[in-house]
Structures are given as C-alpha cells and as structure tokens.
Design a binder for this molecule. Sequence first.
Ligand code: ZN
Length: 340
Amino acid sequence: MRVILNTKHDAHIPPGEFENGEIIPCYERPERLTTIRTALEVAGGHTFEEPPACSEEAVLTVHNPGYVAYLRETAAEIRRSRGSTPKVQWPTVFPYGVNPRATGNRALRGHYCFDTYTPILGGTFAAALGGASAALHAAELVASGAERQVYVLTRPPGHHAERERCGGYCYFNHAALVAERLAKLGRVAILDIDVHHGNGAQHIFYERGDVLTVSVHGDPAGLYPFFSGYADETGTGAGLGANVNVPLPPGTGVKEYRPALAESLDAVRKFVPTFLVLAFGADAHELDPLGGFKLPLGYYREMTAVVRELGLPTVVTQEGGYNLDVIGNCVVEALKGLEL
Ligand SMILES: [Zn+2]
C-alpha cells in the first residue's frame, strides 16, 4: 500500500505527560512511528513517500482560526524563549464557564486544550502541520482516483482533536481533514476503531448529515476521553442519526468485538457513503498499556478484512497504539486485511 509519512513528526517529542499529579514517560513517542515503518518495510509490499507541505489555511476546513494561530504562536514563542522560560507549555486551569474576557495566555492554555497529556513544544505546530500534510495528500490521491487505499503514517495522532481544542496527544484531526476534503465529492463515513472514542470527528461533524461518524471503543464510563462516546450521542439537526457510538466493556475480546464491528459496518452500509476514512488505532490489542481490551494480533487481519468488504475507496489514518512491541505487526496485519 502507498504509505504517506509525516516526516516532521519528530519535531514534537514531549518530555513526559502529566498523570495523577506526576510527570510520567510519554506513551506517545517518536518510536511509535519508526517501529511501524520498520515493520511495514520488513513485511514488504509498501511504498513510502513524503507529502508536499500543506498551508496553514488547509487545516481551517475543520479547525478554528484562533486555535490554529494559538498553536502556531505558542510554538514560535517557545522557540524564541531563552533561559528559565519553560520549553513545554501545559494547561493548568480549564474553563468552568464561558467568559470572553479570559484571553490571557494562562486562560487560553486551558481554553484550547482539554487535558494534561497534550503539551505544546517549540516543534509541535510543525509536527502537527506535517501530519495534516500527509492526511491531505492521501485524501487527494483517493479523491483523484489515483489510489483506492492509502495509509497515513503519522504521529502525533489526530482523532481526539476537536475543532478548537487539542487533547489525547492530538492537535489536528487527520481523519476529519480527509473526510472534509472527500465530502466535496460525495458522502463520507469515518469508522474509528481506535480503542478510545473518536471524539474529535464526532464533535466536528455532529451537525452534519453528509459525514457519518462511527466509533467502536472502550466504554467512556471507565476509559478516556470519559466525556463522550456514549451510545445515546446520535448527532443533532441535519446530523441526527449520523453519529454512531458502540461502547464496549473493559476486557472486550474477539467474541464481543466481532458483532460490535459488524453492527458498525451495517451503520456504514446503510449510510451508503462514497468514501471511507478508517481511523485506525492499535491500542485495542491485548498488550496495549492504555486500552484494556483483549484483541490478539491474529484478529487484526480479520478486523480490517470485513472493513474491506464495504468496497469503498479508503484513507487509513494512524491513531493510537502504545505497545512498541506489537503496534508494528498490528498495522502490518491490518493493512493485509484491507488488501486481501
Ligand atoms: Zn487510542
């Protein structure tokens, strides 16, 4: 398969993530991307390419201009800073109500971010824009008919990023960028099979009837992102019925996952889309440190083979997956399933 790389990804290497009152080693690290690439190279049959750089305006199709400017300016300020100024910017106060006067730096940190796992560094904007470039290039390849299937290998991931908030290691929403581009040509379904709810796409397309968002994930009652991903979130206005959440309990194995995925695919079929965006995470694997599901490596090919049966032109975006020993082979198997 043609693999579009975010070659700017290693401009963003957080020194840690803030969890339960302490800074712990980052789960979202550069080795995630290099490990997946190596596994694909060993498996063979894939080509790797760097996308042309997209403009900042290109991400405004799904992101708020104020948010994009905030990421750009914060990163630039960090790069310019000297001496004791921190090289990483973390939010510390989150909005507890709407107040248009809350425009200072400390307020904006919480306004534009919803957790403590998603800091901004000097290279964050460049890395995020590199991911957007890869996603948009993949979208063009499928939109033009040049390819039926393309895989976007990028980090940081994208599926938690909302229109004007980063979170869950994500800054720009790659799946949403692809969907918005393809929506110019026809109806688009986003199927998110990362173990965490794809809250970003849900948020961005919640009122849209031309983009279906479907997510199969761990029940947010006990798993990140906690505040969304429940089955009764079905869209609103023109988007009513075009958002489908399939939450599953901790410890979900193949026996429970298989019918849930089938249900999700039925929702996609009923929508009759022209294009599919598959937001793929490898964190539903049984050895993932964050997911809590029990899917074995042997299931990953079957998992995407049933997605392939939809017969849709597909862009795959790399989302989560945090066990470096298994994510490479999960991706290899998933892409094999799509190519059968
Ligand atoms: Zn995830």
